[in-house]
Write a protein that binds this ligand. Structure first.
Ligand code: GAP
Length: 471
């Protein structure tokens, strides 16, 4: 399955949203994502999650944790430090090899990633390392047309200083991946949890990369989060386990609503493989700017544990009591991130449709991912009994899930606002509710309305959430 070329062509599968700006402006307007430090003009490639964005991203992280840890017996969690012993990054190969090819314009001194220059997008990894490539292809600065330098390797790690003295001995790195925390803790975790092979260590946390050309909103940032899982296996099982994780990880995105046709698996060419990988396949998504990596699945062989064992002097072998063998486990890694995943869920959920001559925008987010699960709305905010009942229902719901009350517009507008942020259900209290003790529950996707007794609202919403989660 993985060795075949990717099926699908950027032009064959339309993106869910034609222009990225649609999502960027919705995100800003409704409080999903803001440019960092905006009042000072912003800082490139750092974004802040607003009130709705933090809910969405937390829900993505919870959904991942549920699938990777809660629902499995063979994977445990870890939360390692962002700062690690600097030798970790020498041993891991990041100090030597975690680089991108950089070229600089000789007139305006702008810097570009070589593989993103017009005319260089399809170069192989070998061609990207060729010092004569810029001249041979006649590449020029895309901004002012000036001559470009020969490519040089630019290390993406951020460096900082630990302790009060800024001297070389105190240089530490902000981690560029969470994976190394799982490798250096392999023995601690295995011995304390008494896990037998195969088993995994999963982490969610911040990583930092000084990307040369960040962009496309939260797709490529300099500060971001990763959701990575390292699965330790017997060497002879690695290939089969690798294939199994491809299917599982793709299915996870589909389970949470991503359109299957906008997902594909793409295997890395041999000269494209990262320094640690024996084999790598990306789960790619059809973003508005083309097919791009959503998550990487890597067969890392024994590279990591062998190197750390050798450099630290610690024995990182595993003893298999069944076969009485000692060996270094191989690692199959699933490496994704909540920023890219949340971004994908947001794009793929975006809908525009004509309803009674008006454009209705909605986010068909999976209920588990939606920032608010339910909004409680009064038909008449001037009737205190209606408002009181709304608050009582909302307080009952809030004990279980994210619920919100809004009375700042007429009901039609209130529905549209909730549709636009993906709230799956609205509960409306009207004059009749005061007499018959029932309220209207409206569904975001079908706009169907049903009458439900007040006492049944919490159960109904929780049952629907459970059903969505199970489905
Ligand atoms: N440990 C392997 C590793 O880090 P990677 O493909 O470089 O692999 C894994 O990164 C995932 O981390 C990516 O698929 C993406 O979801 C996320 N990621 C990496 N760089 C990112 C960036 N600059 N901005 C946002 N997310 C990023």
């Amino acid at each position: 399955m993985t060795s075949s070329p990717p099926v699908g062509d950027p032009d064959e599968v339309a993106p869910a949203v034609a222009a990225l700006d649609t999502i960027v402006s919705l995100s800003k307007r409704r409080g999903f994502v803001f440019p960092s430090s905006e009042i000072y003009g912003g800082i490139n490639a750092v974004w802040d999650y607003g009130p709705l964005g933090v809910e969405l991203k937390n829900n993505v992280k919870r959904a991942w944790w549920r699938a990777m840890i809660q629902e499995r017996d063979d994977i445990v969690g870890l939360d390692a430090g962002i700062l690690m012993h600097p030798q970790v990054w020498v041993t891991s190969g990041h100090v030597g090899s975690f680089t991108d090819p950089l070229v600089e314009c000789e007139t305006d001194h702008r810097r570009f990633r070589l593989d993103e220059l017009p005319g260089a997008e399809n170069l192989t990894a070998t061609e990207l390392r060729d010092p004569g490539i810029v001249e041979r292809l006649g590449l020029r600065c895309p901004v002012d047309g000036g001559p470009l330098s020969a490519p040089r390797r630019f290390n993406l790690m951020f460096r900082t200083f630990m302790g009060p003295v800024e001297e070389d001995a105190a240089v530490v790195y902000l981690r560029p991946e969470t994976a190394q925390g799982s490798y250096v803790n392999f023995k601690n975790v295995q011995q304390s949890s008494r896990k037998k092979l195969p088993f995994g260590i999963a982490q969610i946390g911040k990583s930092f990369r000084n990307e040369i050309s960040p962009g496309n909103f939260v797709f490529r940032m300099r500060e971001f989060e990763q959701m990575e899982m390292q699965y330790f296996v017997r060497p002879d099982e690695a290939a089969t386990v690798f294939e199994a994780w491809l299917g599982r990880r793709r299915a996870w995105y589909e389970r949470y609503g991503v359109t299957p046709a906008r997902l594909r698996l793409r295997e890395h060419a041999p000269d494209e493989l990262a320094h640690y990988a024996k084999k790598a396949v990306d789960v790619e998504y059809r973003f508005p700017f083309g097919w791009n990596e959503l998550e990487g699945i890597h067969n890392r062989g024994d590279f990591d544990l062998s190197r750390h064992a050798e450099a630290s002097g610690e024995n990182l072998e595993y003893f298999d009591p069944a076969t009485e063998e000692h060996f270094i486990p191989w690692i199959v890694e699933t490496a994704g991130g909540p920023d890219r995943a949340a971004f994908t869920f947001l794009i793929d959920a975006y809908r525009e449709e004509e309803v009674r001559g008006e454009t209705r925008v909605s986010l068909a987010l999976h209920p588990d991912l939606a920032p608010y699960k339910v909004a409680v709305l009064p038909l008449l905010k001037k009737r205190p009994e209606i408002v009181d009942l709304c608050h009582r229902i909302k307080a009952d719901l809030q004990r279980h899930t994210m619920a919100v009350y809004d009375d700042t517009a007429a009901i039609g507008k209130l529905y549209r606002r909730q549709d636009e942020v993906g709230t799956p259900w609205c509960v409306t209290v009207d004059v009749e509710s005061l007499e018959d003790g029932a309220v209207t529950v409206r569904d975001r996707d079908t706009m169907a309305q049903e009458r439900v007794p007040v006492e049944g609202v919490v159960r109904l919403i929780l049952d629907r959430l459970d059903a969505a989660r199970a489905g």
